[in-house]
Design a protein around this ligand. Structure first.
Ligand code: ZN
Length: 226
């Protein structure tokens, strides 16, 4: 059996875009939302509007259309959310996916052929909002990709087992009202063993659980090669 990381690397060639804005050509800016980013000392990133204008500044400065980053980033983004209000929950601040920040309505593009494993509107404030999980089987090995913070309409014609080919439009990005409470962005995460989760999977973890999640949720960039 092939090592999962080399399998992920082998299923795409070159830079693989999973978001398309209304601009003719997208260009990317790396975004640091970690607790180490000194610029964030004066920005309340838990406020969707403030977070969005900070990101817009970065995009303007770099002449880019999509800001991205965040794998294993330690963030101050979750502590205030009701969903993470308990003390131990507030410690769940290490981000397990990559985020792509762009305008609401941007199209989410499937990076690898797959079928719908599950989908759900995780509507509690601070959660994913509308979410789709695809299942991919390559050379007899299975992995999953999760797409969070989508528009509600993205779930309309969805059904378990629906097939998507690489390059197809899966969904569009939701607004802060539906996504639930964040500046518009796609949360993209790879999951190896999904257990019984349906339409949902932890997108952040504690330092204590990091070893497990790091293995079970490998770097999305193995696939995307950004
Ligand atoms: Zn995220």
């Amino acid at each position: 059996m092939q090592n999962i990381e080399s399998l992920l690397q082998s299923v795409t060639t070159g830079s693989t875009s999973i978001l398309k804005t209304t601009n003719n050509k997208d260009s990317y800016a790396a975004l640091d939302l970690s607790i180490d980013n000194k610029e964030l000392a004066t920005v309340d990133i838990t406020n969707a509007t403030d977070c969005e204008s900070y990101i817009q500044q970065i995009l303007n400065k770099t002449n880019s259309t999509i800001a991205f980053g965040g794998y294993l980033e330690k963030r101050n983004l979750y502590a205030k959310n009701a969903n993470f209000s308990k003390l131990e929950e507030a410690a769940r601040n290490i981000h397990l996916g990559v985020d792509f920040w762009a305008d609401a309505g941007a199209k989410v593009i499937v990076p690898v052929n797959g079928v719908v494993h599950s989908f759900k509107n995780n509507a509690v404030f601070g959660d994913y909002g509308p979410t789709i999980i695809l299942k991919h089987t390559v050379d007899g090995q299975t992995f999953y990709t999760l797409y969070g913070h989508l528009a509600l309409s993205s779930l309309n014609d969805m059904y378990v087992g629906k097939e998507f080919t690489k390059g197809a439009v899966l969904a569009t990005l939701g607004t802060a009202e539906v996504n639930v409470g964040y500046a518009p962005h796609l949360h993209f995460q790879i999951i190896i063993d999904i257990k019984d989760y349906m339409g949902d999977y932890p997108g952040v973890c504690t330092t204590k659980d990091l070893d497990f999640y790091k293995k079970n949720c490998p770097n999305p960039n193995l696939l995307l090669k950004m």
